[in-house]
Design a protein around this ligand. Sequence first.
Ligand code: ATP
Length: 241
Amino acid sequence: MIRVEGLTKIYNDFKAVDDVSFEIAAGEIVGLVGPNGAGKTTTLRSVAGILRPNTGRIEIDGHDLEKDPIAAKQGLAFVPDDPELFDYLSVEEHLRFVGRIYGVSDAPERIPRLLDELELVEHRNKLPDELSRGMRQKLAIACGLIHDPSALLFDEPLTGLDPGAIRRTKGTIRQRAEMGAGIVLSSHLLHLVEELCTRIVMIHRGRIIATGAIEDLVSQRPELEGRGLEEVFLALADEHS
Ligand code: ATP
């Protein structure tokens, strides 16, 4: 479970995220959407504990990220869109290393399953330099899953993946939610958000401008009846420009 209360992040004197609050329950997949520069990555990086917010409170599984960061991060994974990998660790060594950091005692059993799930078996001995962009993305996803996190944050998870990998990764995301993880998925691929997410949080210029189930957002606007998330997104973004 993820709880964000009054999150504000200021860069120099620019408020990139302004009093953002939301909750993600176990089993939910929530789409974090918004135009370029809206503050999505800043929000995700703050929830992941990479950025320190100016104000606000973040809880992961009941653990306060500021006061109890180790317990909070134990149940959390953040998969960024530009994964930073270790130059001198192979694919398999990445998984062993991350497994060790999180104290995953059955990592030796989990690693072959993850390599298989993410189609990395034949690349397991390669270094990051020898991987394609899509393979690097798959490795970042595998690293995020090794400790069975209950809170998963994905920033454009399908970037660079081929159609087969996109389908499998969508399956992986759904399966993790069915296993009880609370998931935030930030993406500009609105058809993906529409397909996977039960609810969306839309931000614009650092503030939440809409939140709820996609059908509810559409039903609040009779003129958008029968249209998809893309039309709702464009109408809301236009209104707040
Ligand atoms: P995109 O869809 O383009 O990835 P985003 O919604 O993820 O955008 P952020 O990356 O969170 O947006 O950026 C929000 C705002 O904060 C932008 O105006 C950006 O220029 C600014 N910003 C982001 N990182 C920094 C930083 N390190 N220093 C100063 N300003 C920053």
